[in-house]
Write a protein that binds this ligand. Structure first.
Ligand SMILES: NC(=O)c1ccc[n+]([C@@H]2O[C@H](COP(=O)([O-])OP(=O)(O)OC[C@H]3O[C@@H](n4cnc5c(N)ncnc54)[C@H](OP(=O)(O)O)[C@@H]3O)[C@@H](O)[C@H]2O)c1
Length: 316
């Protein structure tokens, strides 16, 4: 399996990451473990989660996804085969949020405990916290790296000027730098990343691991009418956001390219991301083994210039 570097961290990953926000939400523990088994069996290694997953599910409080990954790591003894990426900063409670050194120090211990491991490979700032100087946040991350609890750090949901500023602070102060960016990026949502962030990442050699790579399932092509919202617990939101003339034009282009390759639309959507210069690994999730087969097959699908041109024309 091809391995791609996560910035200059020394970590490498196969070109597709598994998104863990479904664990404890649309995939129960047993299903989640089967999905992780199949993902690793197919040669992939990047697993992405966050301390806050899946707090939005009634009855949950956050940490459910990490705990499910932790029980899988322990049961299967797979820790050394995978790259575990998790995040800190999203609000868990009014007094448990953001990127202050105190919150980071508490949050990392909770994540390590739930993950049943002694180290997090990639620890990501889930949000941009304007109330804490970068020096303080990066200093806290430096301490965790020195203690061996974290191997590398990354950023998510940050604007280009702020990412530049963080990188400048790291260089100036001799602090660890964000080695990766996790932006929302897919065939439908392009502008937010392509306008400026993509240039910053390429200039500084950051790894890019995109989220919502399938636009929450829309790019699989299973939502074609309002009635299709019933196909998933998250269907209502997907239809409301993406089922419009632009979304339909993108689905039509995906259909055409998929037919040419005898592939599924989800495969084409992910292959388009994997072919994007500077993009390290799209993160996507699946809730069944059949869906996961499409994700896995995407890594073998090579799009040519005609395919990419057709997808670009429908989505820019
Ligand atoms: N940094 C951030 O702020 C942030 C925010 C959001 C997500 N993320 C990361 O990105 C990951 C991916 O996000 P996501 O799971 O929300 O979105 P996604 O990858 O765009 O969509 C995945 C969903 O699409 C459906 N699907 C997948 N393959 C399919 C197939 N072959 N055919 C039909 N449907 C298919 C499944 O949902 P159903 O079966 O329910 O339809 C699956 O859970 C997350 O797990 C998380 O790690 C990060």
């Amino acid at each position: 399996m091809e391995q791609r570097p996560l910035g200059r961290s020394g970590l490498t990953v196969a070109p597709l990451g598994f998104g863990g926000n479904v664990f404890g939400w649309t995939a129960d523990e047993a299903t989640s473990h089967r999905l992780l088994d199949a993902f690793v069996e197919a040669g992939f290694n990047l697993i992405d989660t966050a301390d806050v997953y899946s707090a939005w599910v009634p009855g949950n409080q956050g940490g459910e996804s990490e705990a499910i990954i932790g029980s899988w790591l322990k049961a299967r003894g797979t820790r050394d085969r995978v790259v575990i990426a998790t995040k800190v900063g999203w609000e868990l409670a009014p007094d448990r949020k953001g990127l202050s050194p105190a919150h980071i120090r508490t949050a990392v211990e909770a994540s390590l405990r739930r993950l049943q491991t002694d180290r997090i490979d990639l620890y990501q700032a889930h949000v941009d916290d304007h109330t804490v100087p970068f020096e303080d946040t990066l200093g806290a991350f430096q301490d965790l790296i020195a203690a061996g609890k974290v191997r590398a750090i990354g950023a998510s949901n940050i604007a280009a000027p702020r990412l530049r500023e963080a990188l400048a602070v790291s260089a100036r102060e001799g602090l660890p730098r964000y080695e990766t960016l996790q932006p929302e990026y897919n065939l439908y949502d392009r502008a937010g990343y392509e306008a400026e962030l993509e240039g910053v990442c390429r200039e500084h050699g950051l790894g890019v691991i995109s989220y919502f790579s399938l636009a929450s399932g829309f790019l699989s092509g299973k939502y074609r009418s309002a009635a299709d919202a019933g196909k998933s617990a998250r269907g209502q939101g997907v239809v409301a956001k993406y089922l419009n003339p632009r979304g339909q034009a993108i689905l039509a282009a995906l259909d055409a390219v998929a037919a040419r390759h005898k592939a599924a639309s989800a495969q084409v959507a992910l292959a388009w991301l994997m072919a994007r210069p500077g993009l390290t690994a799209p993160i996507a999730s699946a809730t069944t083994l059949e869906q996961l087969d499409d994700l896995i097959a995407a890594a073998r699908l090579r799009l040519d210039a005609e395919d990419v041109g057709r997808l670009d024309a429908a989505s820019v």
